[in-house]
Ligand binder design. Structure first.
Ligand SMILES: C[S@@+](CC[C@H](N)C(=O)[O-])C[C@H]1O[C@@H](n2cnc3c(N)ncnc32)[C@H](O)[C@@H]1O
Length: 303
């Protein structure tokens, strides 16, 4: 572990307990920190059983690593923390002890386990917090959304604020703090692993594009199957991730190896985030873009 302090590689996955690892990581190093910790639920992470506890005990658990994680954030850095309704208020309280909360994103995950005596649990919170509310990076242009136009309004016969394309009518919009365009990784998606709580690449792509620059370093203290590292790499950022389970680290390493060849992120194409269930349109828009690039290359060569 002491090797880490001497020279931390620009990109790394560390198989360790975050509690033992933090003292070896340099302070102020990371521009963006994404945290998806064990929620306050009974969950089996490949043999490591997390147990549900009182809100007070869970807050103490968060505090046992959160303050030290904040020390690793750069002075103008951003931190996101994911949680469900049960642990989200504890997270808000603990985050506010060290950082300024800028917003709460609500992610409608769509899939959730049905319950006979309760509403199905189909949403999560993502807390957006910064060290310095007067100086932090946020690139809203990098996270625009492409939505189908339901009622295409025209002025003088021309589309008003939307585009008519071969693949349909779309509007490019600024994103809100309600995200309903992202599903959890389904078995049929290339990014899917057997990790029980894997986050979608599209979700992390929004966080990374909005809150870091190319070349910045993203830190994930609970890396799981490697989503934060994989997306950081695909988007030209450096990464450092810590995960206690060796098998999960190997899954992350495999995904990182695949990401060297394939940088695509499902749901993010041609610089915009597409709605759910638009894979067909994304593919035809990609082929249309490629065709127009080939055409312009041919045209330029013949000029
Ligand atoms: C909610 S999951 C993260 C999933 C991840 N975001 C992904 O997309 O795959 C939390 C992870 O934290 C790991 N973990 C729990 N306690 C840990 C500790 N003390 N140090 C490092 N990792 C830990 C678990 O093994 C689990 O993989």
């Amino acid at each position: 572990m002491s090797d880490i302090k001497v020279s931390l590689p620009a990109d790394c996955v560390i198989n360790a307990d975050i509690m033992e690892c933090l003292d070896y990581l340099p302070d102020g190093l990371f521009n963006l920190i994404i945290i998806d910790p064990p929620y306050n639920l009974a969950k089996d992470f490949n043999g490591m059983k997390f147990i549900s506890m009182s809100a007070k005990a869970y807050e103490d658990y968060l505090r046992s690593w959160f303050y030290r994680v904040c020390d690793k954030l750069s002075p103008d850095g951003t931190l996101y923390m994911c949680g469900d309704w049960r642990c989200s208020s504890s997270m808000q309280r603990v985050i506010e002890e060290r950082l300024t909360i800028i917003n709460r994103i609500t992610w409608q995950r769509e899939k959730g386990r049905g319950a006979k005596c309760n509403w199905k649990n189909a949403m999560e919170d993502i807390w957006f917090a910064v060290k310095n509310p007067n100086k932090y990076y946020f690139d809203v242009e990098a996270v625009k959304m492409k939505r189908k136009v339901v009622a295409p309004y025209k002025v003088d016969g021309k589309p008003k604020d939307w585009q008519e394309t071969e693949t349909g009518n779309f509007r490019i919009t600024y994103p809100s703090n309600f995200w309903d365009d992202i599903s959890i990784p389904f078995w049929s998606m290339p990014e899917n692993t057997d990790h029980p709580t894997q986050k979608p690449e599209k979700l992390y792509a929004k966080l990374i594009l909005a809150s870091s620059k190319p070349g910045d370093t993203v830190f994930d203290p609970f890396l799981g199957s490697g989503t934060a590292a994989v997306v950081a790499h695909k988007l030209g950022r450096h990464y450092c991730g810590v995960e206690i389970n060796r098998e999960y680290c190997l899954w992350a390493a495999k995904r990182l190896q695949n990401a060297i060849k394939d940088k695509s992120i499902q749901g993010f194409a041609n610089g915009v985030f597409w709605e759910r269930n638009t894979l067909g349109e994304q593919k035809s828009s990609n082929s249309a873009k490629k065709a127009s690039q080939i055409f312009s290359q041919l045209f330029c060569k013949s000029c």
